[in-house]
Design a protein around this ligand. Structure first.
Ligand code: AMP
Ligand code: MN
Ligand code: MN
Ligand code: MN
Length: 280
């Protein structure tokens, strides 16, 4: 069976490896089909694709779009997108601009708490011209000794009710799905087990997503326990949604799964790659 990993991050968003390094690492892990899915940016795709050709890896253009739904932040992965599609490109540009504004608010919140220089620190971690996210702040807080690792940062900072939190308005769910579909891609709900939704609201989300043209959900992801993977495998089967598999790898030492090192999809799931050339 081909080893397929359809969710990971490079330095184009909040990953630690450059697109080339990421693809080279995927090759050492035996990944045969890889999608790069940086948050709200497609800047790493060209470089990753060139590296994938060298390594004989089938490469899928991807993106992970931040959206709001009923006041919660959700992530929608787009697979097989055209990164040059104007509507998608414009949508992502506006999300990235919003990220810069939010970063100023996060820094102001940390300032109030006596933690200074976080905007500059996070920008340094993000690298020149790249988007800025909470993980760049989290790494700054680790570098400054406020926490032992990024996982602990997200228990004490940057989340609702803790220092360094700034509420933010992302794209509407319907827009993200439209951008992905209109650019030729397939929309996937990322790590559905991570959202704080009761059973009723979760069902409503899955149905609304499907009605809006969403096609798949992540069944296998680092965010899911084995029980959650089973639960979402059954949801995908019940609702006729395709199933996806991704590590959500951000970098060595920072991620629960290494690239491609996750369990397989349950046999009865219909994979999101079922009709892809070189993957099915
Ligand atoms: P943002 O999109 O800027 O709000 O940042 C979200 C990112 O922060 C996620 O994609 C993860 O990379 C990281 N993150 C969020 N929560 C955690 C956590 N509990 N542990 C480690 N990383 C996290
Ligand atoms: Mn991330
Ligand atoms: Mn995510
Ligand atoms: Mn991700």
């Amino acid at each position: 069976m081909l080893n397929i990993d359809l969710h990971c991050h490079s330095t184009a968003s909040d990953g630690l490896l450059s697109p080339t390094q990421l693809v080279e690492h995927a090759a050492t892990q035996g990944v045969a089909v890889l999608a790069l899915t940086d948050h709200d940016d497609v800047a790493g795709l060209d470089e990753a694709r060139r590296a994938a050709v060298e390594k004989n890896i089938v490469f899928i253009n991807g993106v992970e779009i931040s959206v709001n739904w009923r006041g919660q932040t959700l992530h929608i992965v787009g697979l097989g997108i055209d990164p040059e599609h104007p509507q998608l490109a414009q949508g992502l540009t506006s999300i990235r601009e919003g990220r810069t504004v939010r970063a100023g608010k996060i820094a102001a919140q940390l300032d109030k708490f006596g933690i200074h220089g976080s905007f500059e620190g996070a920008c340094r971690n993000a690298g020149n011209g790249h988007l800025i996210g909470r993980l760049h702040f989290a790494r700054f807080l680790v570098q400054q000794g406020y926490a032992k690792d990024v996982r602990s940062v997200f228990k004490k900072y940057l989340v609702k009710g803790k220092p360094g939190y700034a509420p933010h308005q992302w794209a509407p769910l319907s827009d993200a799905i439209d951008w992905i579909r209109n650019s030729g891609g397939r929309a996937v709900i990322a790590h559905p087990g991570r959202y704080k939704l009761g059973k009723g609201a979760l069902d409503e989300l899955l149905l609304e997503f499907r009605t809006l043209g969403g096609e798949a959900i992540e069944v296998i992801t680092a965010s899911h326990t084995p029980e959650q993977s089973m639960l979402f495998a059954r949801h995908s089967q019940r609702l006729g949604l395709l199933a996806s598999r991704g590590s959500d790898f951000h970098g060595p030492g920072e991620s629960y799964f290494d690239l491609g090192r996750m369990p397989p999809l349950p046999d009865y799931c219909k994979p999101v790659w079922h009709d892809w050339k070189g993957a099915a």
